[in-house]
Design a binder for this molecule. Structure first.
Ligand code: ZN
Length: 329
């Protein structure tokens, strides 16, 4: 993902003045009208129990993923990771669907094969949500101050690893939840397949979004939540700006649950504007947001290792999302 450093001062100030996220002022009155009914269910006083997310086991999954080494698209490391993911979900009695496509990066001579992985819960439900993350890692650790280090072994534990580990752990608990909506876990390939300035981004989410549009926007995805860098030590999740501008109702409903549950990693302020896999989903017409800790100091550095990760952010994300999604009608 990339960060845009432009700060929308007016928008940010308006947001900070909100006594409670989203009870007044909205950047998109249009979006508000369209989505109000979608999330009406989360206003009901439904008492639900969040999943008993095992943070320690989630950390063991981050370790197992990093033990593979780097997991760039179309490399043996990625194929090993696909095997690990497949085995994991299949051992829980779930099916892993592959969405394969060919991706040609501008700076590369040839196209490569990429694969999005999809795991469906309650597949019979037409009204569905997406929980997603990218699962490839970047070829270069390009935030290392010394460019000579860029090509050293880069594990990308939080950036790529944490979203996968989170969904692997959450899969244990899906059958225990009372859900009126179907849930699709989607792992995007090709988010980090980036070599030089001018290269294209987000092959996996673009392909997924395109396929969905071709399929007449079926199933009916009422929300998509992207998880990126959720396991950093002392992780903080301000509202990512592109999420707030383009999917305000979804932001409000999730951050309101966080406030209610006192999950204070979710901050009531606008954070950086980040280009990430939620953008192609938004462009296709979905309400899509990015839960991301963009202040993670090891981002695209060799120090993005399991040692610099912690279960706390993942536990809070699980508590908030599993409460929120069980209230969806
Ligand atoms: Zn990244």
């Amino acid at each position: 993902m990339t960060r845009c450093v432009v700060v929308l001062a007016i928008l940010g100030a308006g947001f900070l003045l909100l006594p409670m996220l989203g009870l007044n002022n909205d950047p998109s009155a249009d979006g508000q009208e369209k989505t109000r009914s979608s999330f009406a269910g989360d206003r009901a006083p439904a008492e639900v129990t969040p999943a008993k997310f095992d943070g320690k086991r989630a950390m063991s999954y981050i370790q197992a993923i990093c033990d593979i080494g780097p997991r760039m698209s179309a490399t043996p490391g990625m194929r090993k990771q696909q095997d690990l993911i497949r085995k994991h979900f299949e051992s829980l009695g779930l099916k892993v669907e592959s969405q394969t496509y060919s991706a040609k990066q501008i700076s590369r001579a040839r196209a490569v094969d990429m694969t999005n992985l999809i795991v469906k819960f309650n597949p019979e439900k037409s009204r569905r949500i997406i929980l997603c993350s990218h699962y490839d890692t970047r070829p270069i650790a390009d935030q290392e101050p010394d460019p000579r280090k860029w090509r050293e072994t880069f594990l990308s534990a939080n950036d790529g690893g944490s979203g996968v580990a989170f969904l692997m752990e959450l899969a244990h608990h899906m059958k225990d939840m009372k859900l009126d909506v179907g849930v699709d876990f989607v792992l995007f390939d090709g988010e980090e397949f980036f070599f030089q300035k001018g290269d294209e981004y987000f092959f996996g989410s673009k392909h997924f979004a395109k396929t969905w549009v071709q399929n007449k926007r079926q199933p009916n995805y009422v929300a998509a939540v992207l998880l990126d860098m959720i396991a950093g030590d002392n992780a903080k999740f301000p509202v990512e700006e592109n999420s707030w501008v383009r999917s305000p109702e979804l932001c409000k409903s999730i951050w309101a649950v966080a406030k209610e549950l006192r999950c204070d990693a979710f901050q009531e302020r606008i954070g950086d504007r980040v280009s990430d896999d939620h953008i192609p989903l938004q462009n296709a017409g979905m309400q899509a947001i990015d839960i991301i800790d963009f202040d993670y100091q090891h981002w695209h550095r060799l120090s993005d290792t399991p040692e610099n990760c912690s279960p706390d952010g993942m536990i809070q994300v699980s508590k908030v999302l599993t409460t929120w999604m069980q209230r969806l009608k």
